[in-house]
Design a protein around this ligand. Structure first.
Ligand SMILES: C[S@@+](CC[C@H](N)C(=O)[O-])C[C@H]1O[C@@H](n2cnc3c(N)ncnc32)[C@H](O)[C@@H]1O
Length: 354
């Protein structure tokens, strides 16, 4: 099946697919992304294609200029060379910063023991990859390096074992699930996100794991609880159905780069749910401050003090290392320059207290 056919299959199996804009307490960044996603899906028939991974509102966080055979074959000689020259000449400074950020992330990954995973998982071989930077024996992009790091942590800290249930809130296009699945084949992977993101994840994961069980939103009522999901299944739960699992517990609950972007009401619904309070392991990577006064990046007033750890043991806490030293060109008080992001990210793993 083509990506477009898979997307249509998912939409047909998702009651209320086009109703996410009616969600109460939606932040403005995601309201605008969802609106554009519905337009993108509406126009997919016209173009006879569905770009589920990289599209006008989302990307793998870019890569530095490079000419590769794969890009010439897939994007054409002219496009590849023109993009290379543009990045190398017109955006020379940004390109240099990107090389540095990529190399820093690779260094961090190697330092924590992730080289093996980087070599085993070249990103250019994953479905619909557009951003890839070839190294000697593999290929990467910034988002992929983040996923490789998270894989290392989940494996090293033994957060998942045979047949466990993992619930990820904000799973994007399913890249992390596809990667971890290779090392945890019997894990029941529950993805919670807006309908359009689950649709992207379904297309991506179905292309990678076509023989696995994929449970659509319209099938959820068949299961008595999350422990009832089959081993090795991917389960797609729209934000609107979160309440169906909110009072259950899982072996691992994760949220990466997402809770800190939500309005407080949404954040509280997740953080105060039994799933977050009582699940065996909870692994979070989010901002220290979502909207610093000097640059209110997100439309929310959340900060680190809101992440409630009562009744839980903090077994790991540090600065999230990936992209930490990354600098980008920006304008601040009308002055163009090279700056870091407005807040660093924390990485925290908690276990339910015995
Ligand atoms: C910045 S992306 C991060 C994606 C991914 N976790 C990663 O690290 O690459 C934020 C993700 O959270 C999702 N998200 C935003 N608000 C949400 C909400 N209220 N409930 C569930 N997912 C949400 C977005 O749709 C998106 O997939």
């Amino acid at each position: 099946m083509t990506s477009l056919e898979l997307a249509k299959e998912f939409i047909g199996r998702s009651p209320g697919f086009y109703e996410d804009l009616a969600l109460e307490d939606l932040d403005c960044k995601h309201a605008s992304i969802i609106e554009d996603a519905y337009n993108q899906i509406g126009e997919a028939d016209l173009h006879n294609r569905f770009d589920y991974r990289t599209w006008s509102r989302q990307s793998d966080l870019s890569v530095p200029a490079q000419i590769s055979k794969k890009s010439i074959v897939e994007n054409g000689f002219f496009y590849t060379v023109a993009r290379y020259l543009y990045r190398k000449l017109a955006c020379a400074k940004a390109n240099k910063l990107l090389v540095q950020a990529l190399m820093d992330d690779i260094g961090m990954l190697v330092e924590v023991g992730g080289e093996k995973y980087m070599l085993e998982n070249p990103v250019h071989l994953t479905p619909n990859a557009r951003d890839y930077y070839f190294l000697k024996n593999t290929s990467v992009n910034l988002r992929w390096l983040r996923y490789l790091y998270l894989l290392v942590q989940i494996e090293k800290k033994e957060l998942l074992s045979d047949g466990d249930v993992w619930v990820d809130i904000g799973s994007y296009y399913g890249g992390l699930q596809g990667l971890i699945r290779k090392y945890q084949p019997s894990t029941r992977m529950v993805l919670v996100d807006f309908h359009h993101q689950l649709c992207r994840s379904y297309v991506y994961l179905k292309k990678q794991y076509k023989d696995s069980v994929h449970i659509f939103p319209d099938e959820l009522h068949r299961f008595s609880g999350i422990k009832d999901f089959p081993r090795g299944a991917f389960i797609y739960i729209p934000v609107t159905s979160y309440k169906e699992i909110a009072n259950e517990t899982a072996d691992l609950v994760t949220n990466f780069f997402s809770l800190g972007e939500m309005k407080r009401e949404f954040f509280t619904e997740y953080m105060k749910s039994v799933l977050f309070v009582n699940s065996k392991n909870v692994y979070l990577v989010n901002r220290f401050v979502s909207a610093p006064f000097f640059e209110p990046t997100y439309d929310t007033d959340l900060n680190i003090l809101d992440y409630d750890v009562q009744g839980r043991d903090v077994v790991y806490f540090d600065i999230f290392p990936m992209h930490h030293f990354m600098l980008r060109q920006s304008t601040f008080h009308g002055m163009p320059g090279i700056r870091n992001v407005s807040s660093p990210y924390f990485e925290m793993i908690t276990k339910v207290s015995a």
